[in-house]
Write a protein that binds this ligand. Structure first.
Ligand code: AMP
Ligand code: MG
Length: 649
């Protein structure tokens, strides 16, 4: 797009700004200083209408609860001095007053010496009485009299006025989030309306030519708008009144019109994408024109999340989150949630933080605050936070992650065994019943399916066979799925099982060559022959696997030291290999048979791999582990595995 001159200048100014990278702390304090202190808008709401909102001020009790001295039991109101000597052996006889005090009945008759009045639970204590004898400890004694068979102390079974809530007492503090418990307390004190902080109205906009809303068909090279949905939900979770306006192409004039309208109508504007230095990145240029004081930070020493842009325009916060969904999530939870909650009158989210031990060393870049996604599992006496999908930026790593830890900008690493604070994506930790750490396989889902049906939650963390084995040795998981070939003995898995672990046989999976059906370079050949042909054809492109994968060992064996074209294309999963071949980005690769079949590709078997489980012996008796072992041996699961192309052991 050719831009008018004035705009280009503006853009240059922005780029200069981007060169000044602020620390996380500086960026946050500039942002907060430009927004606070400020008066929050409050509104009056009914109790029911206040659910989920924050109280704008303290609520003081205007009445006592209970409002009068009240009986806690069904029985007789008496003067305690009259029944001091009462016992089963020598009951005391009292005259019955001509009154029965039910709930909601105001007493009229005085309880005089040697008299008693029938009273129900919740009934007001009549004048003259100071205690209640339970009905179980009395006996009718003819017309107009009662026998008392137990002595009572003064005040027994009486709740005094104001003993629950005293008039003038602060019932709830400003900032309290209104839930059913708070609503109940206020109802008990006769409060019908409360002043709550108005939810800030937050407009959310996604930007990017490539974005398509979920539910719409994908165009070539387009992707689904993920940030729109996540940010909208996360804003609601943190006290905002979220309004998602859609995804807009990187068209400066149109986007500016949308952003101006959105800011006009809202208290806060959150965009994502278009914040880097690229030509097509326009949103930050628009933000620079939206009002004073303008951009406060553009470029923050975060990893990931460096292009974060924080601004205040006409007193309203305007944020551009980085485009990558994981970066957007980290920066949103770490930097935006605190501000949003303050605008909503809510206290900091303490329920969304837990301490946990990080079992492994994590290297970190010096000079940038680093976010690392973690998955929580229950250790012996504390939570353990497992780093997951580090640096992948993959949205699916969210599925396994409970939250993230922050590694300080001045640290080059986080040492193994460090205790770190985990910021949860959603409050309250849900610890899984069964933790599987190791090599992932699509067959595993078939084995765990019956557990999910039985209400057991399973967390499966993919770290490869060797990583899983270490986790099992440290007792951080129940099971580690492994497929490790011992080259010396040419056997799978057994030689890797050390003290404290048991080997549970899993299933076999055929590894082999995938190719597009009908490709004569492969059709009908043995694996060795097929690879020889492929190596002779210079136009034939392979797709490899990552270092450390069991499959990679097999590929290297087959190639015998040659590195043909495509060797450096090293995706991390069986499915990525199949996708590369199916989409014509490569002609052959190695994957497991079920994946090749599911992708409709040709397959030449090469080696049968043993996919087994290293079981942590001390966890053998856990119900979820037993359920897993039962499932693995069940006829149903074995059938399902066979159908998917696996061979149960
Ligand atoms: P950008 O900062 O606009 O260059 O975006 C960086 C990366 O994030 C690109 O790969 C975008 O396609 C991706 N991205 C941007 N916005 C979204 C979104 N709303 N949902 C999913 N991915 C996005
Ligand atoms: Mg973009």
């Amino acid at each position: 797009m050719v831009e008018p001159k004035a705009r280009s200048n503006n853009a240059n100014a922005d780029q200069d700004q981007f060169l000044t990278i602020l620390s996380r702390e500086d960026a946050l304090s500039r942002f907060e200083a430009a927004l606070f202190p400020r008066d929050l808008v409050s509104e009056t709401r009914t109790l029911a209408g206040a659910l989920g909102l924050a109280l704008a001020g303290d609520v003081v009790a205007v009445v006592d609860v209970p409002p009068f001295d009240r009986s806690n039991v069904d029985g007789f109101a008496v003067r305690s001095t009259n029944v001091v000597s009462a016992s089963e052996a020598s009951p005391v006889r009292l005259g019955l007053n001509d009154e029965a005090i039910a709930c909601g009945v105001a007493p009229k008759v005085l309880v005089t010496d040697n008299s008693a009045t029938l009273i129900a639970t919740g009934g007001p204590i009549p004048r003259g009485a100071d205690a209640v004898v339970m009905i179980e400890h009395t006996q009718p004694a003819g017309m107009g009299a009662i026998e008392i068979r137990r002595s009572v102390s003064p005040g027994q079974f009486v709740s005094y006025a104001g003993s629950d809530i005293a008039r003038g007492e602060v019932l709830l503090r400003a900032g309290t989030l209104m839930g059913s418990r708070e609503i109940g307390m206020l109802a008990a004190s006769g409060v019908a309306h409360v002043q709550v902080t108005k939810r800030p109205r937050v407009a959310i906009i996604s930007t990017g030519d490539e974005l398509v809303q979920p539910g719409q068909p994908l165009r070539p090279a387009s992707i689904f708008d993920t940030n729109g949905a996540i940010v909208t939900a996360a804003v609601s979770e943190n006290g905002g009144d979220a309004h998602f306006l859609g995804a807009f192409p990187d068209d400066e004039d149109k986007l500016e019109a949308v952003m101006r309208g959105a800011l006009e109508a809202s208290d806060m504007l959150i965009l994502s994408g278009g914040t880097s230095k690229g030509e097509g990145d326009v949103s930050h240029r628009i933000v620079a024109r939206l009002g004073k004081p303008g951009i406060l930070a553009h470029g923050v020493a975060l990893k990931p999340g460096k292009p974060l842009c924080l601004a205040v325009c006409g007193g309203k916060p305007v944020v551009i989150l980085p485009g990558f969904p994981t970066s957007a999530m980290f920066t949103f939870h770490d930097m935006i949630v605190p501000v949003l909650r303050r605008l909503a009158g809510l206290p900091p989210r303490n329920d969304a933080r837990v301490m946990a031990k990080v079992p492994v060393r994590i290297a970190s870049e010096l000079g940038r605050t680093e976010f690392v996604m973690v998955s929580l599992v229950e250790g012996d006496d504390e939570f353990i936070a497992y780093p997951t999908g580090k640096g992948s930026g993959a949205i699916t790593s969210f599925a396994q992650a409970d939250g993230f830890i922050r590694i300080d900008a001045l640290a080059e690493q986080m040492l193994a065994e460090t205790r770190a604070e985990v910021t949860l994506f959603t409050p309250h930790v849900r610890v899984p019943d069964l933790v599987i750490v190791g090599s992932h396989c699509t067959g595993l889902d078939l084995v765990t399916a019956p557990l999910a049906q039985a209400g057991l939650s399973v967390r499966s963390i993919s770290v490869g066979s060797l990583g899983g084995l270490s986790a099992a040795r440290r007792g951080e998981c129940d099971l580690a799925p492994i497929h490790l070939l011992d080259e010396k003995s040419d056997t799978y898995n057994r030689s890797f099982i050390t003290d404290g672990l048991d080997l549970v046989p899993g299933y076999r999976r055929m590894q082999g060559i995938v190719f597009r059906m009908g490709d004569n370079r492969f059709e009908g050949l043995h694996a060795d022959e097929a690879v020889r042909t492929a190596l002779q054809d210079r136009s034939c492109l392979m797709v490899n696997r990552n270092q450390g994968a069991g499959t990679r060992i097999l590929i290297d064996r087959l190639l015998g030291g040659t590195k043909p074209d495509g060797y450096w294309n090293q995706p991390r999963s069986h499915n990525a290999v199949a996708a590369a071949v199916a989409q014509n980005r490569a002609d052959w690769g190695m994957t497991i048979e079920p994946v090749a079949r599911a992708a409709g590709l040709g397959f030449i078997p090469f080696a049968e791999e043993h996919y087994d489980f290293a079981l942590v012996t001390s966890r053998k008796e856990r119900p979820a582990v037993r359920a897993f072992l039962d499932a693995l041996r069940s006829l149903e699961v074995r059938k399902a595995l066979e159908q998917a192309g696996f061979r149960p052991a």
